[in-house]
Write a protein that binds this ligand. Structure first.
Ligand code: URA
Length: 226
């Protein structure tokens, strides 16, 4: 692979940024400074360093995003802004796609990868990956509705699996579900006669938002997820 492409794919910078690094003699291959963008690199065996630090090529990449309202979960769309538009330049977008789906108006944790196997694993209902949503409600929630949500509700021909509810206050809950049906949280709350006014996903498997700020993106490791 060409040196500049290699550095971009490793997430070191955008194409123009890595070209600048190369011309500024900041890149070495097997210990020798390389100022040639086109130099061929063996992804596995060449020792490429940037500012003296080894640059490792990763076949699979994983990122987490703090999604904001107004973006649809898709890789492209003719009319709407997509979550791909929230990824900064340093993210290598080649073959990257969002894992699972958040509605246009839902905020919070969304993962991206180019690893199809992992994506399938974490979205498969059989895997039971926990997802915790912060839900702001139109009406106060009572014990009866909580118990219904925890047991399972009919969301239109499908009964949801048992969920966990933690009450933050009378109009705000943390809802933990292991499935990811279309509009599931909104449909669950509708099924108990309430309405979701605001929805934010706070965890996905082992992943959390930590101290991320809206629109922030962080690279993560495979083992951080499940
Ligand atoms: N459930 C919903 O209703 N919407 C989401 O975006 C995610 C879960």
């Amino acid at each position: 692979m060409r040196l500049d492409k290699f550095l971009v794919e490793c997430g070191i910078g955008s194409r123009s940024e890595v070209k600048k690094m190369i011309s500024s003699a900041l890149i070495t291959i097997d210990g020798a400074i390389c100022k040639d963008n086109n130099k061929s690199v063996d992804e596995k065996n060449s020792v490429v360093e940037y500012n003296g630090r080894r640059v490792i090529y990763k076949e699979f990449r994983y990122y987490k995003l703090y999604k904001i309202d107004g973006y649809i979960t898709a890789t492209e769309d003719k009319k709407e802004k997509t979550v791909m538009d929230l990824l900064p330049d340093w993210v290598n977008k080649k073959d990257l796609f969002p894992v699972g789906r958040l509605d246009k108006d839902t905020e919070g944790l969304l993962m991206f990868t180019n690893d199809g196997k992992l994506a399938h694993e974490v979205t498969s209902p059989k895997k039971h990956v926990d997802k915790i949503y912060r839900v702001v409600l139109r009406d106060e929630i009572g014990e009866g509705e909580i118990s219904q949500l925890e047991t399972g509700v009919d969301i239109g021909g499908y009964t949801t699996q048992p969920a966990k509810v933690e009450v933050v206050h009378s109009k705000e809950i943390l809802l933990n579900i292991k499935e990811g049906k279309f509009h599931q949280v909104k449909k669950m709350l509708k099924a108990v006669g309430n309405e979701v006014l605001y929805l934010k996903r706070e965890t996905f498997g082992k992943l959390t938002l930590d101290d991320m700020v809206p629109c922030e993106v962080r690279e993560i490791e495979r083992d951080d997820i499940i």
